[in-house]
Design a protein around this ligand. Structure first.
Ligand code: HEC
Length: 176
């Protein structure tokens, strides 16, 4: 009789632990996709350098939303090199600044990260390389017809749930 209560208690705790673990595992499976900002860098010469160097000390965010010409980027990168000791060579500064003028220059469509689904441009959305051209078009058309959207989930009417899961880390909805 004396052993029964602790045995019961231990069994209950043990079962509890198992179910908590199961829930955690389930959440991990269904979990949010991770944000990988290097995915917003177009595949061209310079991408690897930007992805590697410009995320060493801080997020890629301030680089991706930039709107500087090549000379301004050279000045920015020089500051990273001379003030913060970024290990970037002169030749690499040339390649990186030319890449950034092209993709984070005065015409950069990316204005903010995450991007507001109600205001994001077609060009900025297209930078999400996992998004097909057709899905991008469907999203823009849906926004035009049903917008402003109040929940990213509404996109389920035009793209599959796997795509929505991938999109989530890059999109937001600002209160209006
Ligand atoms: C060795 C560390 C380091 C590396 C590598 C680095 N940065 Fe920075 N960066 C910093 C620090 C520290 C700050 C914040 C202080 C500041 O704003 O000056 C900063 C701030 C910035 C800013 C915001 C301030 C500004 O001047 O506009 C931009 C943009 C930027 N970095 C771009 C880059 C780019 C592009 C690269 C890759 C070529 C890069 N960083 C690599 C350390 C680094």
């Amino acid at each position: 009789m004396k052993v029964r209560v602790p045995t019961l208690l231990i069994s209950v705790l043990f079962l509890g632990l198992i179910s908590v673990q199961a829930v955690i595992r389930l959440q991990a499976q269904e979990g949010e996709a991770e944000q990988d900002l290097s995915l917003l860098l177009p595949d061209e010469e310079g991408k690897i350098l930007v992805a590697a160097y410009c995320s060493m000390c801080h997020s890629l965010k301030n680089t991706l939303v930039g709107s500087r010409n090549q000379e301004q980027w050279v000045n920015t990168i020089d500051k990273m090199v001379f003030e913060y000791h970024a290990p970037i060579s002169e030749e690499e500064v040339e390649v990186i600044s030319s890449y950034l003028e092209k993709h984070a220059g005065p015409k950069n469509p990316i204005k903010e990260i995450p991007m507001d689904i109600n205001t994001v441009s077609r060009e900025a959305l297209a930078r999400l390389s996992f998004l097909s051209h057709e899905d991008g078009q469907r999203i823009m058309q849906f926004r035009e017809e049903k917008g402003p959207l109040s929940d990213i989930e509404q996109l389920a009417e035009v793209v599959d749930t796997e795509t929505i899961k991938k999109l989530r880390p890059y999109l937001t909805i600002h209160p209006r």
